[in-house]
Design a protein around this ligand. Sequence first.
Ligand code: NDP
Length: 494
Amino acid sequence: MTMKKYEMLIGGAPAAPASCEWFESVNPFTAAPWAMVPRGSKADVDRAVAAARSAFYCGSWRSMTASARGALLRRLADLIAADAARLAEIETRDNGKLLAEMRGQLNYIPQWFYYFGGLADKIEGRVIPIDKPGVFNFTREEPLGVIAAITPWNSPLLLAAWKLAPALAAGNTVVWKPSEFSSVSALEFGELFEKAGFPPGVVNIVTGFGNEVGEPLVTHPDVAKIAFTGGDRTGEYVYQQAARGLKHVTLELGGKSANIVFDDADLDAAVNGVISGIFAATGQTCIAGSRALIHRPIHEKFVDRLLALARTARMGNPLELTTQVGPITTRPQYEKVLDYLRIAKEEGAVCQLGGSPATRPECGSGWFIEPTIFTGVRPDMRIANEEVFGPVLSVIPFADEEEAIRIANGTVYGLAAGVWTTSMRRALVMSERLEAGTVWVNTYRAVSYMSPFGGYKRSGIGRESGMDAISEYLQTKSVWIDISGNTPNPFVMR
Ligand code: NDP
């Protein structure tokens, strides 16, 4: 079978990489290459940033009314909706996540473009009732310029939409670098911008490796802001590089989220929620509830029920809609998860389920790991503190609310937390005291284009989605106009 050889998107046209090199994108279920992705480099980044800069400063994007910009975003949303099934299948082939999950994401992605398209012409400045007589003072909310959007492999288009929709609504232009492991859907998606009628150079896509494309993009002097989603180590490095150019950043990083179950919870719902928190998407989500904190009076009973439900998980081909747990997306990630299984066992955690590669016939030649549950996990163990990004759950008992909060807040991360209780008081106290950007009570893994999302502590900086997100892509200008007609003393401050 001949593999499709893709081109990048620069200045509104397909672009071959300056290196004249392509690399293979591998299907994680078959472990076989299925597409050829351009190997971008600094030269391509320079071309893409120049195109984005020129689209920002001169041309029809600059002079377009905010309403027309919003209409373009909504037209793009219509095109994504019409193409959702095809794009979802591409994502599944590229990153191995369940087709059922990717269809759900693709059907939902248009909402980010409708929402921020609607917001484009509601970005307003203010008239300040200034304390100085004879002066008219007002503010303007202005775009930042060229935005570098850098995305990971686990939810490629969804996480790009979280950046592109507000960035474009605010009037910026974008250079997007998708993960080297999941670039195909980005390049297919890129074609929709032209169809929607975006002027050339407003959105550019450069594919390739982190050090060869990501780094020159972050350090490029004409990039005003980095909107990054990825691991916290890479995020820290990106932040340092961005700081040298005093650039704006949004960082959406990793997590070690606690799913806390009290003895007064609806246990059917809680078992379901804990399982969905860790085994959905094969645990490869930043919001994975990878620590289950279980109230001691129900610990044993709850673990039995968790094990019973986890044992029913159907593994296999992610393209089949009945599959519940798919492969790990990349070979390095698979090896990292195996490392953590070993570390957990060496630390003395008790492996109650899984704990090894999955060799079931339905797993084909993919990188599968058995859904794994460890009990006897202490909060100080590495398995209780470090992000595994795989189907691995650590169960930790707690005595009371104080201990639950101490354990839940006891990691460097603060992305999300779940609380399972029927007590209103507990729900409110816990949601106040948990150090996390998102707290779910009696639900888990819910996100919306309307609700701000982001991390506390090492889980990130800034917010995506909702009204908060648009201000991440704007800067405020204060305009002073003298209307007094006087000529004041030039040697004192006005
Ligand atoms: P990485 O941090 O490895 O990579 C993220 C992106 O950064 C990729 O496009 C990568 O390119 C790029 N990159 C790598 N090195 C550099 C560099 N020096 N300069 C600029 N860019 C660089 O993350 P993964 O792709 O492995 O994704 C998994 C991580 O993402 C997890 O930690 C997860 O928690 C986090 N995540 C966070 C979310 C959130 O919203 N908080 C949501 C989803 C995931 P390349 O692929 O070529 O290496």
